[in-house]
Design a protein around this ligand. Sequence first.
Ligand code: ADP
Length: 619
Amino acid sequence: MKKKIHFYQSINTKIVFIIVMLLVFALQIIGANFVTTMEQKLVGNFRGDRQTQMTFLKSTILPLLESDQSEEETETNPREEINRLLMEFSGSNITELQVVSPSMVIMGISDSTQQSMIGQLSNDADVRQAQLSGTSVTKQDLDPTSQDRRWKIVEPVYSSTDSEEFLGVIVLESNIETVYTQVSEITMTFLQASSVAIILSLILANLVARALTKPIKEMQIQTRAIAEGDYSGMLTVYGDDELGELAFLINELSDEVAEAQESIDSERRRLDSVLTHMTDGVIATDRRGKIVIVNNMAEKMLEVSGEEVNGNNLLKILGVEKELTLRRLLEEQEDILINAYSEGLPTILRASFSLIQRETGFISGIVCVLHDVTEQEKIEEERKQFVSNVSHELRTPLTSMRSYIEALADGAWQDPELAPRFLEVTQSETDRMIRMIQDLLHLSRIDSGKSDLEVELVDLTELLDHVLNRFDMLIHSTEYEGKHYRIDRNLLEEPVFVEMDTDRMIQVLDNIMNNALKYSPDGGVITGSMRQTAQSVIISITDQGMGIPKNDLVKIFSRFYRVDRARSRAMGGSGLGLAISKEVVEQHGGRIWAESAEGKGTTFYLSLPYIPFEEDEWA
Ligand code: ADP
């Protein structure tokens, strides 16, 4: 995701800011020190100069004051002399000079406009203080008229011979403002120079920062491109410094990520194609059981679409949320059977589960593999049914035989009337069991593919006629005395040669004919017909018997299936005849089926593949 970097957040700004701030601080410290030192120096110099002037003045005025005190007659008046000296004393910055006598009378003043003050009493507090303390007074204050700063020295003068003798006070006032003006001018110059330095450093810092951040910016763009899956770009390595090495490493990283991505992609493609072409359904979930991958087969098996189930709960999609919980699934991954519908047909799926586990044991998901076991389950069901049927079929005749044998053993063998009848029953039951076991063996041979056909080219018209003739004889035998059967023929005129195993085919036709008689208890007409189509010859045998309910029409070809168990068994049927017939016909590449109207009669059809010969071929 692209995140906007604000101006103030960028390294560029930070570098520039830091450099400029450092410079400003440095200038600030240097400037402050410099200005204070310079000010102290200049002010000190100024004051020192004034002190020198004062000392000079004092030494000049001292003899005049001494002579004024001695009251000796001199040619000149010392006071006038003092005043003249003051007025003539030239010194830069000196604004005023005064000499005050010990009695506080102003003896001389430098300012020519203030001459009237001479002879008057001084009211200067500093003069008084100097007089009283005997020491000089120095101070800086504001000139009351010009508001300039002034430096004032008030110096008491003592006699050179007697240091106790106080002669007067000299006052020196000077204008120190010029010194401060000078200081502020220098400060101003310094500030200007600093500003220029700051601006220059701003430009320079910007250039430096840019030089530093340019490769970083490029790296930023490149890493973003890598994150977005574009590995094509390469960074320029600008030098051997840390940034250069970083750029080099990013280039290497890009190569490696590209390679890793490539292998992940190809792995995924391989996985996808494996999943797509698998004949088993595969569903993968996250650790909460939410579906994340469904392959095509699973979609087909469960009749769902990927988009629709993604994110859904696995157990819900499998329809087993009532029987199975996620917790149990995580604890033990036992297989379960699921009833589903695929392409509208009910199917049975076996779902096997396994966990996706990390090395640490953390479970990150579940994989469910769906296998269509409809056919297996059907076969298994049939096998169970078959075993149960065989046991049942054998138990019934054996039970009845045992009871007859018991009766015989109990003494019936001596009964000349019962004994032969009982023995006859046991014999017929034994026969029936033998027949059944032979039928079963026959079926088992067909099932295991061991029953090969011994095919020959046979005229089907003749074969059918032969079978019908045999049954004609049978119905007119004593066995069927009192029953009215008739056999009609509706055969083809010409011979129809079909490749077949004659014995087996006779067995099939016998079975159908037997059933026709068996299930027509009131007699009736049995018609054997033949017809020919482009690819097959169809034999049909129609009776006028009890018929078969519609629902049972397909089932009668299953092993042991009988519409009316009791009646069929009573008639010696085992329920295997039609099953064997079906297998034999199918071995011949043909088909067998039945049509029936209950209470009216049944027709069995038997179609065999047949390609009619052209007359010319025989010629
Ligand atoms: P079975 O030995 O019991 O006759 P089959 O396999 O020959 O066994 O026949 C299966 C069942 O089909 C019979 O039990 C019977 O109920 C029914 N069936 C067969 N043929 C006919 C028919 N022609 N008319 C009525 N029902 C028939």
